[in-house]
Design a protein around this ligand. Structure first.
Ligand SMILES: Cc1ncc(COP(=O)(O)O)c(C=O)c1O
Length: 390
């Protein structure tokens, strides 16, 4: 079966955050929307068919999580990662971000120290601060265009008393797919300090050739690893809101359940369970085609940036559809850089500083769109940069 990722889908006026919040976020409704992390591609046809079939049953009452839903995740992890997920470990939650909040509330006390590794998906910070915990930053190191973890500094955080780390694997926004040795070194440190890790693996399935995503929990028997995983990014269904949190320890599950119950978020939604299961069961061919398309888009962007945007360096992504652009040579401060791309290029991206101070001077460009749109956005950026160089 072939999938047409080049076909533009008009998302404006569909209450799409990426399209319809442009005026509010950028102050201009006409910027090219290259920001929020969803893609502009139609979801796998099997997902749409399953949703249509469910919609044709005209009763949308209270819904439970069927056993077949859990099994679809278990089968997916086995097939894609040779990873045996236990049915009893799986908890369901509308989103990964609420899962992070719930796990932090359940596993730590107010005032406890929790570590995040910036530049990182910004709700990692608020999940810590909004729950009244203390955020410790363990910035990634950038050397020769490649990010890595600073384990010496992480050890200082552990010595300062932090017992919980939020890991982003693969990493948004820097695009790293952590390698086995990096993860083993992290686990050995975590074991020494009895540190629990919440591994956000929402981007796990979006991996470029030559890379392998390794589920952290599958690499250890001694460290308590909770894993957040979802079909939402993989199959472009994040608006439907359903994810899983894999929690190996019974006491932790009990505590997290109490938080979920207190928020009344434990009920399922007839459409989200339908899409979740259809995606994991029938979406694989679509995903494989998507990754070939994204790989070609990446090649096109890489070539264009190196020839036409010499003042911008692409941090080579190993996974995700997000490009992390080092724009520090433009020598613009945070606000000026953001405004420059909005006003001069007409391209709406996420400014790097929102991912933490070490993101200053960077921009995050979402390439999950038809390639022609990506190429137009890059051309507009090159024209704008050429203007300031004059
Ligand atoms: C690392 C990471 N975690 C979580 C999310 C959002 O998850 P959810 O929409 O399920 O809360 C995103 C979205 O961009 C993300 O990049």
């Amino acid at each position: 079966m072939s999938f047409d990722f080049d076909r533009p889908v008009d998302r404006s006026h569909s209450s799409s955050l990426k399209f319809d919040a442009r005026q509010a976020y950028f102050g201009r409704a006409d910027v090219m929307p290259m920001w929020v992390a969803d893609m502009d591609f139609a979801a796998p046809p099997e997902v749409t068919q399953a949703l249509v079939a469910r919609a044709e049953h005209p009763v949308y009452g209270y819904t439970l999580y069927p056993e077949s839903l859990y099994q679809s995740l278990i089968d997916w992890c086995q097939r894609r990662y040779h990873w045996s997920v236990k049915r009893s470990d799986i908890m369901m939650c509308p989103g990964v971000v609420p899962s992070l909040h719930a796990a932090i509330e359940a596993l730590t006390e107010p005032g406890d120290k929790v570590i995040a590794q910036p530049p990182v998906y910004f709700p990692f910070f608020t999940a810590v601060t909004q729950t009244g915990r203390e955020l410790l930053l363990n910035p990634l190191k950038l050397e020769n265009g490649r990010y890595s973890m600073d384990l010496d500094h992480l050890e200082d955080c552990a010595k300062a008393g932090a017992r919980l780390l939020l890991l982003c694997s693969p990493h948004n926004p820097v695009g790293r797919v952590w390698q086995r040795q990096e993860l083993l070194d992290l686990l050995s440190l975590a074991a020494r300090y009895e540190m629990t890790i919440i591994s956000d693996e929402i981007h796990a399935d979006l991996i470029f050739p030559g890379q392998t995503h390794l589920p952290l929990a599958d690499l250890t028997d001694s460290v308590n690893v909770l894993t957040a995983i979802a079909p939402s990014k993989t199959f472009n269904i994040p608006g439907l809101g359903l994810s899983s949190l894999l929690v190996p320890q019974k006491n932790d599950r009990k505590a997290i359940n109490q938080v979920f119950d207190s928020w009344h978020v434990s009920a399922a939604n007839p459409f989200s369970i339908t899409a979740y299961e259809a995606a994991y069961r029938h979406g694989e061919a679509w995903l494989d085609a998507l990754m070939i398309y994204l790989q070609q888009s990446l090649a096109s962007a890489r070539g264009f940036i190196s020839h036409e945007l010499a003042d911008i360096d692409l941090i080579e992504p190993e996974g995700t559809y997000l490009l992390w652009l080092d724009c520090r040579q433009l020598k613009l401060d945070n606000q000026a850089l953001r405004t420059f791309f909005i006003e001069q290029a007409g391209v709406g991206m996420n400014p790097g500083y929102v991912f933490g101070d070490s993101g200053a001077g960077f921009m995050r460009l979402n390439m999950g769109c038809p390639r022609a749109q990506l190429e137009t956005a890059l051309t507009k950026m090159a024209e704008a940069v050429a203007q300031i160089k004059r």
